[in-house]
Design a protein around this ligand. Sequence first.
Ligand SMILES: Cc1cc2nc3c(=O)[nH]c(=O)nc-3n(C[C@H](O)[C@H](O)[C@H](O)COP(=O)(O)OP(=O)(O)OC[C@H]3O[C@@H](n4cnc5c(N)ncnc54)[C@H](O)[C@@H]3O)c2cc1C
Length: 703
Amino acid sequence: MSKNKVGDSVSTLDNKKLNRRNFIKRSAAIGVGTAAFGTASTGPTQAQGTQAQAIAWDYEADVVVLGAGATGLPAAIRARDLGASVIVVEQNFDIGGTMIHSNGNVSLGAGDAIQLRDLAGKNDPEGLITIAPVEPPEAMRDDPDLLFRDQTDWTVVNTGARAAYRYNNREVLRAWADNVAPVRQFLLDNYVKFTRISGTHNEGGLSRARRATAMFKLGPVTDVRAGTVTQEDAGRDADGKVLGHASRLSPVVMDDQRARGGRGVLGRGAAIARPLELSAKEKGVQFMLNRHMDEIIRESQLSGRVLGIRASYTPRRDPKTGEQFVSYGEFTGGEWAKGLIKDERLTVTIRARKAVIVGTGGHNGNPQFRAMFHPGGLEPSLTAKAWAWLGGPGRAADASGIIAGMNVGAGLDGMEQGYHNQSSRRIITVLGAMDAANLELPGAAHFPYRRAGGVNVGAAGFQHLIAVNQVGKRFFNEMRVTQQLGSSQYPQTGAIKKWNEYVQGDWRNCRPDAIKAVYDDNFAIDAALAINEGSQPPHFLPGPIWAIFDQAAVDRAKWNVNPPYTGDNGLFFKADTIEELAAAIRAGNEHQKVALTYLKETVARWNSFVAKGADPDFERGPDAPMHAIATPPYYAARIIIEWHDSCGGLRINGKAQVLDMKGQVIPGLYAGGEASGAHLMHGLGKACTHGYIAASNAVNERA
Ligand SMILES: Cc1cc2nc3c(=O)[nH]c(=O)nc-3n(C[C@H](O)[C@H](O)[C@H](O)COP(=O)(O)OP(=O)(O)OC[C@H]3O[C@@H](n4cnc5c(N)ncnc54)[C@H](O)[C@@H]3O)c2cc1C
């Protein structure tokens, strides 16, 4: 029996004690579990099976969803729509996962409702969009077969000269292609609004335009059902001006999407995550926030059904004041506060009568895990996307869902694909922050943890700085440091790009000439991660990399290096001399383990090159003007090497069931999104569909 008596420390948002009886009563009132559907409930019930004798379950539901992001939210709603009771377990203080942090571009297709709407030249029913379709009709005539062939086309080679999805798991891809059109409709049915179709998102297939962006339109009130948002919540006005703050609704300032929807149309992950959150709460999905799944429990470790999970309490706090972060739902109250289970016990167990769905995101924030597949992944200063929002080291994309699956025998799939993917490792143009989203500003609940938005200097801005490694030596031509693989590879905006002239399945797509024309791998990341004079045994890690510049650069380029774009976050420093700057970095950054011994010498050498107008070390000069670094104060800002997309994860089949190392289904265990493998495709379109497929099948498991 559990030592925790049911209800002991379970409280509702209105602080009423919640015992088992009134939990069920309240659940029923908001639609969770009728007798016919089964109930989500608390209380030490005994489960069947070998481990069951030992486990007193604190909660139970038909389906337990791990993670409230792009996989988890659709999975939870779909399972609930099909009559299951659902508890979502989320380690973060709020709902949305990486999805809410994203740009909200959703590539689906196969003749989905938005393609058909734009093809017919129609407007959205709410009349929020004020521009005509962006794409020509021929770019939107699509079907599941065409999409499936696109995404398994052996001839597609990306700008790193790698085959992007040649070996995608064909069973998974077939199921995906058959479900994407229903998923677009499902998203629309759950309050998500979309812009016009515009281009195709990374790995969305090259034959047709398939991307629409989740949107809100500026209005007098924020009403996610109607698709409107205030400037205050969006952080931007109708003319696209950034207002200097984010919000609790959208922890990243929303993007101006007038080109895809008209004036006042804004896109961002919040425009998909918040509508799904509200719909889920309305339908009776229960959310347990601040709760990290640590263990998936199976009848016995490597055999039998999955029975449930064990999860620990993981609240997040302001590092200075100690105040606990609260979710948008708790903060806003009313209907947004529905369905939140508050429980501060250190550990709870949750029984899944039918299935557990793993939607915990990727492994790109876990250096030990990623190093199993790419030795360069061991460097701890290499951060994952949405780093600050998800909780930083040990929390953001920590691979916990994948590891928990492996602990009950799950196999892995497609781990190799992440390391050859254009959207995986990259150096970005935002300086002095934890991750790429420089418009994560005050107003977002977790901003006190992030402490600075970062300064986006753009690729051209790198002419004003030198990039140095942990000992203060330059390592590459700065103008090429942020060059990315791939953005030209796929038709990101507008119609199918001309360069492409893609013909499905035609060998000419990958003949050497074609590859050479788009090949753009310049190895800056490899240079940044190279062993250097400060690399210490036994691992010889490279350490962080730094942008070094002076006041003249700030004035010339008009960079805003003031709060909230910079802050006391260990990633941005200012000093009157180069020696003092080097000392400040050494003392103030957690990953800087050695002195920047060469920094003064490097700056002097650089200045001598500027005087001569040539850079013999890295051949800068033809790329851009060279500027001396000689006007105090001097600045250092960390250059972020980010591991953006996490590809590879739990091995699944076309039903999103997790398979073990012999290829056998693990009964009661499902997975999708970045926690799953062998479907190399960026983001939301993949994850939402996986979640939908997983739930559609999970509800059919016997209870
Ligand atoms: C800046 C940015 C822009 C992007 N733009 C786009 C875009 O425009 N289009 C696109 O398609 N994709 C985009 N992406 C990528 C996209 O957001 C992700 O690929 C997608 O959200 C992954 O979905 P997921 O369900 O696998 O993970 P997530 O959405 O991250 O959800 C996983 C959730 O699980 C939680 N979790 C993790 N471990 C545990 C645990 N042990 N217990 C409980 N909870 C746990 C996490 O806190 C998180 O909330 C972008 C990402 C970023 C950061």
